[in-house]
Design a protein around this ligand. Sequence first.
Ligand code: SF4
Length: 89
Amino acid sequence: MSDTKDARSMTLSRRALLSACGVAPALLAASAFAAPPKVSQASVGFLDAPRGDKQCGNCRLFRTPSSCLDVQGPIGEHCSCRIWLPNLA
Ligand code: SF4
């Protein structure tokens, strides 16, 4: 009797483990492709003005019409920050 309970318990545990093994890699794969969190404007010295010829409109991270891949919030083409990168395209 006890052996039957143990065997059933092991079957359930094995089933739970196999189920978890199927879900965990899917979750890891999904998180690997998730975009990293954006940083605050304050942390990168965001200005509502260009820095010389450096401005969001000619930065590699700018996305029209008004966003940045790395910095939070609405971003205007005429703005700038300390992590500006030249647009090589
Ligand atoms: S200068 Fe570039 S990195 Fe900085 S906020 Fe503008 S688009 Fe983003």
